[in-house]
Ligand binder design. Structure first.
Ligand code: GTP
Length: 185
């Protein structure tokens, strides 16, 4: 048996999800601490220095835009990421359904043998007066790579830093076993 501690010197977080769910807004809200009214299709990759992250680890945050990037690039970004946040919009059942019909299978395919931790992020909670968490918990039962889930709002800044903290935590303190078995000849 080989013990693999999985300790990382930095954390790379990739945000994916259907168009318009608010990926770019979430990143820019975190950085500027205010809701950006006009956002580009894709935010530049940003690095959060270790001393301002809860886990004291430098953290890269990477946006994805289907408008600007090919599926091959998405696949490469999934492989490079330590954790993938699948963002959906709590006011759109379609974007919630696509977590299991599209995004989780796509991440599994791109990650291959690797287990890629995932955090489910329900954005735009300011628009609704209900919660999608019960539904999301059933997804977690079927897809063990889903480490956690959170509802948030880029607009009201609700749970924004928490969302990125959960992503860091999924890499640094995963719930899955931290060992791999090695076959002996
Ligand atoms: P693509 O670039 O097409 O992939 O979209 P995206 O997922 O990056 O979404 P984007 O950040 O461009 O936001 C899409 C729209 O949703 C914009 O009009 C945002 O202002 C709006 N939006 C983003 N977050 C929130 C939120 O928390 N609440 C509300 N009410 N609107 C939001």
């Amino acid at each position: 048996m080989v013990v693999w501690t999985g300790m990382k010197r930095h954390v790379r977080i990739l945000l994916v999800g259907d168009t318009g769910v608010g990926k770019t807004s979430l990143i820019l809200s975190l950085v500027s601490e205010e809701f950006p009214e006009d956002v580009p299709h894709k935010a530049e990759e940003i690095t959060i220095p270790a001393d301002v992250t809860p886990e004291q680890v430098p953290t890269n945050i990477v946006d994805y835009s289907a408008t600007e990037q090919s599926e091959d690039t998405l696949s490469e970004e999934i492989q490079k990421a330590h954790v993938v946040c699948i963002v959906y919009s709590v006011d759109s059942e379609d974007t919630l359904d696509r977590i299991t019909s599209h995004w989780l299978p796509l991440i599994r395919e791109a990650a291959g043998e690797q287990r890629k931790p995932v955090v489910l992020v329900g954005n735009k909670i300011d628009l609704v007066d209900f919660s999608t968490i019960d539904h999301v918990l059933t997804i977690m039962e079927d897809f063990p790579e889903v480490e956690s889930c959170v509802e948030c709002s880029a607009k009201s800044l609700h749970n924004i830093s928490e969302m990125f903290y959960y992503a860091q935590k999924a890499v640094l303190h995963p719930t899955a076993p931290l060992y791999i078995m090695e076959e002996q000849d």
